[in-house]
Design a protein around this ligand. Sequence first.
Ligand code: NAP
Length: 259
Amino acid sequence: MDLGIAGRKAIVCASSKGLGRACAASLAEAGCEVVVNGRNRDAVEAAAAEIAKATGAKVTAVAADVSTPEGQSALLAACPQPDILINNNAGPPFRDFRELSRQQIIDGVIANMAVAIELTQKVIDPMIARKFGRIVNITSGTVKAPLFGLDLSSGARAGLTAFMAGVARSVAGANVTINFMQPGAFATDRLYSNVEMNAKKRGIPFEQAKTERIATIPAKRLGMPDEFGATCAFLCSTHAAYITGQNLLIDGGAVPGAF
Ligand SMILES: NC(=O)c1ccc[n+]([C@@H]2O[C@H](COP(=O)([O-])OP(=O)(O)OC[C@H]3O[C@@H](n4cnc5c(N)ncnc54)[C@H](OP(=O)(O)O)[C@@H]3O)[C@@H](O)[C@H]2O)c1
């Protein structure tokens, strides 16, 4: 399917690996010019070079912390008027909520809520003027089905979801859509480090913890990042213009809800 977005400009935050990288690769494959981002310069430059080589797209690496105003300025300097913005960031570490300090709570809300709002503020009016915009926020399946220990992540992302739900309706008339992707368990470094932590806590081998995790998923496997990337690119396509303010759970059936 031609996604109808060749030549569009995209910023994909936190995209030197994992889900963000897969979104960047799928958008590049669809013909977009893409900005990829991560804090580690070598990693983000390597990712940009690999995606450019695989797709032939123009891919720019921006080594910056998206949680800071300077990092956001660097992203917008590389692509001042994006047509597509993929909001992504690291999630807070697994932790008993009793152990969270006030500062850690605030940092979590900044990373997983405020940053996406700030970037949206900075790109949305030119999108409205051009009558095309696609904003996809990578949140988490834990927004729908909370997981003890990821409470800060779930809470900050649920806040973002509610905040943007109203914004989405206010810009829909200008062909600007805002949607949310809620990953379940995808095969990325982040997921594997959570499995490792769980294995250590329980004193069991990593492979056992991984097998047990997979057994809880109706699809009986982890999600693959390229499946996530392709779905993201579809939400950014011309065909998805009538989908806005929606939360798309991609979890192999893990959350057992009919709606
Ligand atoms: N994988 C899953 O199964 C899953 C499930 C639910 C939710 N999620 C959420 O989805 C998001 C992506 O997860 P993932 O699994 O793709 O993670 P990942 O494999 O660990 O990749 C994270 C990416 O974000 C970059 N990054 C982290 N902090 C950054 C910052 N402050 N500024 C710029 N770049 C930053 C990392 O590069 P640098 O470290 O070099 O900055 C890396 O490229 C996270 O918020 C995660 O909580 C993932």
